[in-house]
Write a protein that binds this ligand. Sequence first.
Ligand SMILES: Cc1cc2nc3c(=O)[nH]c(=O)nc-3n(C[C@H](O)[C@H](O)[C@H](O)COP(=O)(O)O)c2cc1C
Length: 166
Amino acid sequence: MKKIGIFYGSSTGTTESVANAIANKLGVSASDVHDVAKMTADMVKAYDLLVLGTSTWGDGELQDDWYDGVKLLQACDLKSKEIALFGCGDSESYGDTFCDGIGVLYEELKDTGCTFVGNHVDPSGYSYGSSIAVIDGKFVGLPLDEMNESDKTDSRIDEWIKDLTV
Ligand SMILES: Cc1cc2nc3c(=O)[nH]c(=O)nc-3n(C[C@H](O)[C@H](O)[C@H](O)COP(=O)(O)O)c2cc1C
């Protein structure tokens, strides 16, 4: 069994609650769901699959706690790690930078030698203008919009985690 750790950066609690929902569905215990602000290298070392969640702030920027989180991850050996990304955004009010934070995390981690999973999410079910999280026609992680499409979150998570557990 893969040991799964979930790390979230969340300013108003949305990504945190989504992280808990993902944990429930994956059967990950609450003790393996962490605020990224408390992440340490030893915690990273303990997991095979790191599920990383960020909301997007400003104009397509990472949630604040991820700036240090990214530096910490880049200093770790991630070659044997799988990484899955998810994010929360607002496709109506911020449609041109929708869930860009996922794309920023991807860019920051793509040269670490990690293996991304859950990184081919079909954008066709989303309404948005543009997103740097779309690369070669797919979202490189799971975008969620709790502001406008919270009714779709459950089924989006269900579909996505199939890719994480194979
Ligand atoms: C000032 C501000 C800027 C935002 N910028 C973006 C953005 O560029 N792209 C996006 O998809 N969502 C954006 N959002 C929406 C948040 O990402 C969304 O509300 C998210 O659910 C917050 O999650 P959190 O509580 O976990 O931090 C913004 C929200 C605010 C208030």
